[in-house]
Ligand binder design. Structure first.
Ligand SMILES: *[C@@H]1O[C@H](CO)[C@@H](O)[C@H](O)[C@H]1NC(C)=O
Ligand SMILES: *[C@@H]1O[C@H](CO)[C@@H](O)[C@H](O)[C@H]1NC(C)=O
Ligand SMILES: *[C@@H]1O[C@H](CO)[C@@H](O)[C@H](O)[C@H]1NC(C)=O
Length: 271
């Protein structure tokens, strides 16, 4: 049913308690088939039913996951679903290629971008000893080469700055979960020039009456990313933002909290 893209059949079979993880003698599960053909509605059904996203098939030349197949066949929607479902982007096939190697080989930068944003490893090498970057370069896929270099530089930069921003991140978490009232994160986001589309997209994920805390936290982390990349002072910028939305009380409180770490001497761990 999955192979043929028969939505109603797949649904009926799942509803009747069929084993969603059943595999053929070549270790293909249903997700491998829908990934291969790009049946995105059926893929959603299977994912909801809890199918193993990282199953590895045993078709002689592949040994690959559904993600490899979806990328190989350029099925954007299915790739999106598989990434959102937590597929292991670092999984490798029989040629030791990640799905990003495959996208790099074909120069598919839309697919590559999704995987880069979701933090695929860039250091893995295929059987010929090539990284994704080298594969993209070999294929003269200029846009993709530049994209991979940017992602690589960014992840190194982020690693270097992680210790400095850790305390500030915890301040942002406190702000979002304990101090900002319902709706205030949106006013702050507007002040920082988030578009309506961005705000709505953040808000889309509803997890209950306290969702706004989650939304606020995500918005603050996105904002922090921009501030750090621009080399601005996050404490100052946050202070000004809070004053701007008439929460001077909070601005002062947060400023003190943010500075509490930097003013104390750095502690080292002994033994
Ligand atoms: C894969 O299939 C081959 C034969 O086609 C078999 O020898 C091998 O044991 C299989 N591997 C796994 C992990 O099932
Ligand atoms: C890959 O898929 C994208 C989006 O569906 C499409 O725009 C593009 O033309 C496809 N490329 C190839 C080579 O099939
Ligand atoms: C994949 O590799 C990246 C970079 O090394 C790492 O951050 C990420 O956690 C890895 N993902 C998995 C599922 O192992």
């Amino acid at each position: 049913a999955a192979d043929g893209g028969h939505y109603e059949c797949v649904r009926l079979l799942l509803d009747s308690g069929c084993n969603v993880n059943a595999q053929t003698n070549r270790k293909m599960n249903a997700l491998h088939y829908v990934a291969q053909h790009g049946h995105d509605r059926e893929a959603s059904l299977l994912l909801k039913a809890g199918i193993n996203v990282d199953a590895i098939n045993n078709v002689s030349t592949q040994h690959c996951t559904p993600l490899h197949l979806a990328v190989f066949n350029n099925h954007t929607k299915v790739v999106r679903l598989l990434i959102d479902a937590g597929s292991n982007l670092n999984a490798t096939d029989i040629r030791q290629q990640t799905a990003l190697h495959i996208a790099s080989e074909h120069g598919w930068h839309d697919l590559a971008e999704m995987m880069l944003i979701s933090r695929v490893s860039l250091s893995l090498t295929d059987k010929q000893g090539k990284t994704c970057l080298e594969v993209a370069a070999r294929g003269n896929h200029v846009v993709l080469v530049d994209m991979i270099i940017k992602a690589d530089r960014f992840s190194k930069w982020e690693k270097d700055h992680q210790p400095e921003t850790q305390h500030f991140r915890s301040v942002l978490w406190t702000l979002a979960t304990k101090h900002l009232c319902y709706g205030e994160w949106k006013i702050l986001a507007q002040h920082w020039d988030f578009s309506e589309a961005h705000i709505q997209a953040i808000e889309q994920q509803w997890t209950g009456k306290k969702s706004f805390k989650d939304h606020g936290h995500r918005m603050l982390l996105i904002w922090l990313h921009g501030v750090l990349v621009a080399g601005e002072n996050p404490t100052k910028s946050l202070y000004e933002g809070l004053v701007e939305i008439s929460r001077t009380d909070l601005a002062e409180f947060i400023r003190q909290k943010a500075n509490s770490q930097t003013s104390s001497p750095k502690m080292c761990c002994v033994m």
